[in-house]
Design a protein around this ligand. Structure first.
Ligand SMILES: [Zn+2]
Length: 285
């Protein structure tokens, strides 16, 4: 999750609608959009209202848009060259970025938060378009994802953390558990929203648990190799090394919520660092 600032996307959707003139040619989708301009504006206002109240999941369907041919709105989105060129630009600019919805290390595409088939009025509404990975496609018709990163500056803070618990070693295999938890540092309403987002989007539709399981296994089973430790180090040097990895990940993503940043932050827990340090100490006493 990362806040989508005006530097990333600065579009006046109302002005864009205003600019659409009555078409004289056979662009049926433009005609429909033109005829439904006012309905679309009402939809946008509702969207912004509900998103800011932390309740986008409760957004009602605009019944008047429902009577229009939804294909026209979708077609309008799919023809961005002429009508909404910001979509192409936004898609291009974020090609190498990470998933703004779940924090995965790459985002495949620009996706609709509220699916265009259910909510055609937001097909080309900029605030409904978010660079994301498969998580957003996996949710398919589950429209209840709570967090829209266009609206929350809080997304640039640490929203979640990885809580690792080491149980011990059996048969040379480390046994541990982990849980991804909400960092409850905001207002109650926002805490509820990110909790909802974690349970109903991230944990349900993304691959985060597998990622954490693989990475924790890799690091905890063989920290010398995983962290490239080549000589004896002190505990504070180890902490510094993990902190560096955390800051690199965080700076690269421009957010502390990319999965690798969350992982490294989780390793800094006192008991985890002590375990890693002891493992390294066995090799380099
Ligand atoms: Zn994702």
């Amino acid at each position: 999750m990362k806040y989508i600032t005006k530097d990333i996307l600065d579009v006046d959707d109302f002005l864009n609608l205003e600019k659409i003139k009555k078409p004289h040619d056979n662009h049926i989708h433009v005609k429909t959009v033109y005829n439904f301009k006012n309905e679309l504006k009402i939809s946008y206002i509702n969207y912004i209202f509900f998103a800011k109240k932390y309740r986008l999941k409760d957004l009602p369907v605009n019944s008047r848009i429902k009577i229009a041919d939804k294909k026209s709105f979708i077609e309008h989105y799919e023809n961005p060259k002429k009508f909404s060129d910001f979509i192409d630009k936004f898609r291009h600019d974020n090609r190498s970025g990470f998933c703004y919805m779940c924090g995965a290390l790459s985002a495949g595409t620009l996706d609709h938060l509220l699916p265009k088939d259910e909510y055609p009025d937001f097909s080309f509404f900029s605030k409904n378009l978010i660079p994301s990975c498969e998580c957003n496609q996996n949710k398919k018709k589950n429209i209840s994802s709570g967090l829209n990163p266009h609206f929350y500056q809080e997304c640039d803070n640490e929203l979640y953390y990885l809580d690792i618990n080491i149980n011990g070693i059996t048969n040379n295999q480390i046994s541990y558990t982990f849980e991804i938890k909400v960092k409850k540092i905001f207002s109650n309403n926002f805490n509820e929203l990110i909790e909802y987002h974690l349970n109903n989007h991230i944990l349900k539709f993304s691959d985060i648990e597998n990622y954490m399981k693989n990475q924790c296994g890799r690091i905890l089973n063989n920290p010398i190799q995983a962290l490239s430790i080549r000589k004896k180090i002190t505990k504070s040097q180890l902490i510094e090394k993990v902190e560096d990895l955390y800051f690199i990940a965080k700076n690269e993503a421009g957010s502390p919520n990319r999965w690798d940043a969350v992982l490294y932050r989780g390793l800094l827990k006192r008991s985890v660092i002590s375990y890693i340090f002891n493992e390294i100490h066995k090799q380099y006493p």
